[in-house]
Design a protein around this ligand. Sequence first.
Ligand SMILES: *[C@@H]1O[C@H](CO)[C@@H](O)[C@H](O)[C@H]1NC(C)=O
Ligand SMILES: *[C@@H]1O[C@H](CO)[C@@H](O)[C@H](O)[C@H]1NC(C)=O
Length: 273
Amino acid sequence: MNLGSQETTIFAIWTGFQFLWLALRSVFYHFGQASDRIFHQPIRLRKDWKMVPTHFKLRIRRVIFALSKYQMHVHPRGQYCYEEDVQSCDTSYNMQARFILTPEDLHRGEVTLSVVSIVGDTLLSSATWLFGSKLSGMDLYDSCIVILELNSTTVAIPSARVLSGKSPGKLSSWPSDEETGMDPQFPPRGGSNTGRDITWWYWISCGEGKWLQTHTEDMRFLGKRTASIVSDEQVTKKLASGELLVGISEVGHVHEIVRNSSVGSEVLQNMLC
Ligand SMILES: *[C@@H]1O[C@H](CO)[C@@H](O)[C@H](O)[C@H]1NC(C)=O
Ligand SMILES: *[C@@H]1O[C@H](CO)[C@@H](O)[C@H](O)[C@H]1NC(C)=O
């Protein structure tokens, strides 16, 4: 079997699944509302989440986690990209909009992070889908929440991450002659990868045009990570060079991803309460 065509099939299944979700949800709400009108049922289909009994909440959460797991399984990026993402969570997160830099951090130009866990796009999109949010799997493609241990408290920050098809060690040699014309510099979203040399690049907002920029080592991110403090301009410079081989090319895209991560995080957070 040809690997290229196999990856295309996986992408087709994954995309098809996104559309199937959308269709099923529309059908559900269509008939849900129609039967409400026709039969004047006292049972409301759209209940306030706070009024849902605990055991039902638990079941709905299990459905979301199962959907997330399923998406990881068929994701065009490959399941191996999702090994460190959380599969399920029981309590709501202590959300924080941004990482707060101290003057000492700024002076050093880098920060040592203690990464506790990562909520990836599959869990976010499963939650937004089930709760009827407009955000689709594609809108959350590069979204995530990074959960950090900070000053002995755990905080969760909506962030951005993209999967680069290049190992950080090979970036400095860019552009090299042997690679000229080999890869598109800005491959579109939804592509697959070879599984070799891949790296997640993360951007955590610090506000005021500053970011923490860091990446996985051998696809490992949990634990201690050094992140450099970079500016909007530096992020754009890195993306615009095309060296990461990702679909985005400027910091505006990173801002947008983080905004969508925040919307997704709110939905997920609500579901965990
Ligand atoms: C963010 O979500 C909106 C829909 O609300 C979508 O139009 C946009 O493309 C998304 N942004 C990214 C970077 O996916
Ligand atoms: C961490 O905790 C110490 C003592 O509790 C406090 O003085 C300091 O401001 C805290 N740092 C941050 C970044 O919150």
